[in-house]
Design a protein around this ligand. Structure first.
Ligand code: ASP
Length: 350
């Protein structure tokens, strides 16, 4: 946990929450050339005076070096997970402030890395920095804290890894960033929101997962021997061969067309087959925003599965990739292929 520093506690007594700042636009300012870079949390706290007035006790921590989330790596997910495991006892919930670019990946990774999730873990961020007047960061943070504290509706808790953004609370491993500019930056096209925040916060209790038996713990790490590729017309053997030739490769997400379709050309299928035969778990997801990979609907999809790939159902690319990273760290390829087709953390409709 070397990259996370606990700064201290703020706020009066009340439900206690752990807040971890990792960087992202939420806390950015312009550098000498005018480009946005993450600021130190100490430099933005004057823009968050309301935190002291909330009926909450916050334990605040920060990445020692806050990052633009486009630089997020699997080792950072381990640091975030370990900070949560360390701080969860004694806290009613967790809020992670994170850049929007890879927030869906981090939320997905945490949902697979952590077991025994019995309190809310809410990721949020902003499209405009809190140092600016029209920032969406303040609203996002306050509602994320309220949801993490679980006190707005008495006993309604959301004991899951979630993303809160604008007015939607989404399951983390179902979320995707859908807009580069809009304050409504996230959606979960294959699952209804877990809550919608207006004047009051309406929770969809039938969609929210039951709490696991705590305490929160991390079982295993993340393999970096996993990558992926988006199919496109014009792809050739060189592209696929180069991607699959990655030394030590154990998992590969192929973002295919529609219901899980790809070219039926033999060169294409041969590459998939030889990767599968040497023990790479090849998982097919769809480039469509919504819907599912269905084995057998089209010959072009069946051929991929016959070559040894497994269907990723309605998992997002983000969920499939991070789930593969976690599973390949723990299991052999047979179990990885089987578990990729099972719902482990609400990521897959079965
Ligand atoms: N590049 C930023 C990041 O992901 C974008 C944002 O936070 O909105 O850190």
């Amino acid at each position: 946990m070397s990259d996370v520093e606990v700064l201290g506690r703020i706020g009066p007594e009340g439900p206690s929450l752990f807040v971890l700042y990792t960087g992202g636009t939420f806390g950015m300012g312009a550098d000498a050339s005018g480009s946005l870079v993450p600021l130190d949390l100490r430099d933005i706290r004057d823009h968050l005076p309301f935190l002291r007035r909330l009926p909450l006790a916050l334990t605040v921590a920060t990445f020692v070096h806050p990052i633009d989330s486009s630089s997020m790596r699997p080792s950072d997910w381990i640091d975030i997970a370990d900070a949560i495991v360390d701080q969860a006892p004694g806290h009613a919930g967790v809020v992670v402030l994170h850049g929007t670019d890879t927030m869906a990946y981090t939320a997905s990774a945490l949902s697979f890395l952590l077991e025994g999730i019995d309190i809310p873990i809410v990721l949020t961020g902003a499209q405009r920095s809190v140092t600016e007047l029209r920032s969406d960061g303040r609203e996002n943070l306050v509602t994320a804290l309220a949801i993490a504290a679980g006190h707005l509706r008495g006993d309604v808790l959301v004991p899951e890894v979630t993303v809160f953004f604008a007015d939607l609370l989404l399951r983390g491993n179902r979320s995707v960033k859908v807009h580069a500019d809009s304050y409504h930056g996230f959606a979960s096209p294959n699952l209804p929101p877990l809550a919608t925040a207006g004047v009051s916060i309406e929770f969809a209790s039938n969609v929210i997962r039951a709490p696991s038996a705590g305490p929160i713990r991390r079982n295993g790490g993340m393999s970096s021997d996993v990558t992926g590729m988006r199919l496109h017309p014009g792809i050739d053997g060189y592209d696929l061969e180069a991607a699959l030739a990655r030394p030590g490769l154990r998992g590969f997400v192929l973002e295919a067309y529609g219901a899980g379709n790809g070219p039926t050309a033999q060169w294409f299928l041969n590459h998939v087959q030889s990767a599968a035969e040497r023990g790479v778990a090849v998982v097919v997801t769809t480039q469509c925003r919504a819907g599912s990979v269905v084995g057998g609907r089209y010959a072009s999809g069946s051929a991929l599965l016959a070559a040894g790939a497994v269907p990723g159902g309605d998992m997002t690319f983000e969920a499939a990739l991070t789930k593969l990273m976690v599973l390949t760290d723990r299991h052999g390829v047979g179990d990885v292929r089987r578990l990729m087709q099972q719902d482990l953390a609400g990521e897959l409709s079965v």
